[in-house]
Ligand binder design. Sequence first.
Ligand code: B16
Ligand code: MG
Length: 217
Amino acid sequence: SKKALIFDLDGVIVDTAKYHYKAWKKLANNLGFDFTEEQNELLKGVSRVKSLEILLEIGNVTLSDEEKLKVMNEKNEHYLGFITKMEQDEILEGIPEVLNYLRENKVPFSLGSASKNARLILTQLNLIDLFDAIVDGNDVSKAKPDPEVFLIAADKLKTAPENCIVVEDAIAGIEAANSAQMTSIGIGDKETLGEADIVLSSTAELNIELLEKLLRK
Ligand code: B16
Ligand code: MG
């Protein structure tokens, strides 16, 4: 059957990691400990609940389930303050061209993100109508590295997993794509994303020429 693409959101379409970082850092500081940008790397591609657990472990802080819900909501409110101010020029380099190329050539594509704010972010960036399907943190029961998010996307695109090409910036996402039997393109560091079928240092390298080659295969 037909080839299709699945895009991760944070780190592939837009860099929301910097806003997540600011919001988690504020929460950490409120709880009495610091949170560095380096530690924030651990939260990339990881769900909101899991992110909080990692953060609390770093600070050696224990919270009740009720308190966890409360601080997660506060963190998200703070995060949304940044998101709602985001502009279209924050879309990562090369992405608009790639999405337009896929549409013009009738290659279906979906979002495959861990974020529960994905629809809001795509709307804010004026990209939501381009996508044939959207699968995000509201649609899954198992987070990446579980392949669920990408398998639902393939299903929505009516394509077999083997025909899907996943673009991801996080190791958990590459693992998810690989275990779904999909072709994985990693955006980032070759050492970190070594398990990916192809590694590109940035989205600017995800050009039409490379896509044409992959779609012809
Ligand atoms: P939210 P992705 C992920 O997005 C982020 O990389 C990760 O840092 C974040 O914790 C997660 O979404 C959940 O986000 O709090 O908005 O539900 O990379 O899977 O697109
Ligand atoms: Mg990501």
